[in-house]
Design a protein around this ligand. Structure first.
Ligand SMILES: *Cc1c(COP(=O)(O)O)cnc(C)c1O
Length: 367
């Protein structure tokens, strides 16, 4: 159905006449500060992909009857640009985000696009707003691509017009601390045959009420349990990892498999690859249930548990409440004040070393 594709060589740039002041690093709060420019690429089934434009950041004009506003035809991504000590700016495994945006958007009948060409346009946008990429270790420029159906048409077929746009937000380091989870088996974020494995806006609105109810009770995030066997799927909007001595007595790092209810996180994939490269313990993608985790805790076999995602990289879990009972999760037995377990800390440090260019890695792509 797509005619032509995105052509980065046709990109035009209109610079702002009112540049913003760079926000002070200590004043950054996640996703509230935006840069001077945005990237817009329009699609129309008749004419295909139009020339990409970089324009001053500002409101979009959208028809009230647009598909996105009625039927939630929206896919998004989250990735980051990092500045190395030598000043160069790099993206972390960006082709993974291009691939996932493509997979997500095709699930909701948005058109295919050329991944390389979109990435080229995103790099141009980051270059134009280069002064917003913080030069402090731990800080970065968050990149948010949104892809929406814009055809004004109430007929439930598919959107024949679309807009792919990208904007940027300088972000601070995630303040490292352990999180307290409320296990939820009553509501589901995702289910077999559903769309939990795609990054679609429609997955997030229904998760907000359970999440806010948990926050009101003093928890940070939800531990999503699925089905009668209480399969542990994800933590809030992070992938879940458990590090334990399994029933066979093997030290093992486990995360849920990509079985259709798990969001295929780039961080998840990266941590699995790092741990497999070390070769120091078993690394598995398989289902773990809440009763299995409780049994391991009671038998003293559970070493650590953590969430993983682009925003915080890794986030150690302090306790999980389930049916009124609080299950304490070990963080670091040698340091009662630790904000990371030893494994979480090591993975966090290795990934940041790669992202900030302190060690060479094919995962780092220069802007
Ligand atoms: C984005 C997201 C993740 C993490 O993915 P990353 O690519 O590692 O940032 C995990 N779970 C959900 C539900 C997500 O939306």
């Amino acid at each position: 159905m797509a005619n032509g594709t995105i052509d980065a060589s046709k990109l035009t740039t209109t610079l702002t006449t009112t540049p913003k002041t760079i926000p002070a690093l200590d004043k950054l709060s996640f996703g509230k500060n935006f840069t001077d420019h945005m990237l817009l690429i329009r699609y129309n089934e008749e004419t295909g992909w139009q020339a990409p434009e970089i324009k001053p950041y500002g409101p979009l004009e959208i028809d009230p009857a647009a598909f996105v506003l009625n039927y939630s035809v929206e896919a998004f991504e989250g990735m980051k640009a990092f500045r190395s000590a030598d000043g160069t700016i790099n993206l972390f495994r960006p082709e993974k985000n291009m691939q996932r945006l493509s997979t997500s958007s095709q699930r909701i009948m948005l058109p295919e696009f050329d991944h390389e060409q979109l990435l080229q346009c995103i790099k141009e946008l980051v270059k134009v707003d280069e002064r917003f990429v913080p030069n402090e270790y731990g800080y970065s420029l968050y990149i948010r691509p949104n892809f929406i159906g814009t055809e004004p048409n109430l007929n439930l077929q598919y959107s024949r017009e679309a807009l792919l746009y990208v904007y940027l937000s300088p972000v601070g380091p995630y303040f490292p601390r352990t999180v307290r989870l409320l296990a939820n088996s009553k509501e589901a974020r995702a289910w077999p045959g559903g769309v939990g494995n795609y990054k679609l806006g429609g997955n997030y609105a229904p998760a907000m009420r359970p999440a806010m109810e948990a926050v009101k009770e003093g928890f940070d995030q939800i531990l999503w349990l699925l089905g009668d066997d209480l399969y542990i799927t994800e933590v809030g909007t992070m992938n879940f990892f458990i590090f334990w001595d399994n029933e066979d007595g093997d030290r093992e790092l486990v995360t849920a498999p990509l079985d259709g209810v798990i969001l295929p996180g780039v961080t998840r994939d990266s941590l699995l690859e790092l741990a497999r490269k070390w070769g120091e313990f078993k690394v598995s993608e398989r289902r773990v249930t809440m009763p299995e985790m409780i049994k391991a805790l009671e038998e003293g076999r559970l070493v650590e548990a953590f969430g993983a995602g682009t925003a915080c990289v890794v986030c150690s879990i302090e306790d999980v409440s389930y049916e009124g009972k609080v299950y304490k999760i070990p963080v670091d037995p040698n340091n009662p004040k630790a904000v990371f377990g030893p494994l979480a800390k090591r993975l966090h440090a290795e990934l940041l070393d790669i992202q900030y260019g302190r060690v060479a890695s094919p995962w780092l792509v220069p802007v």
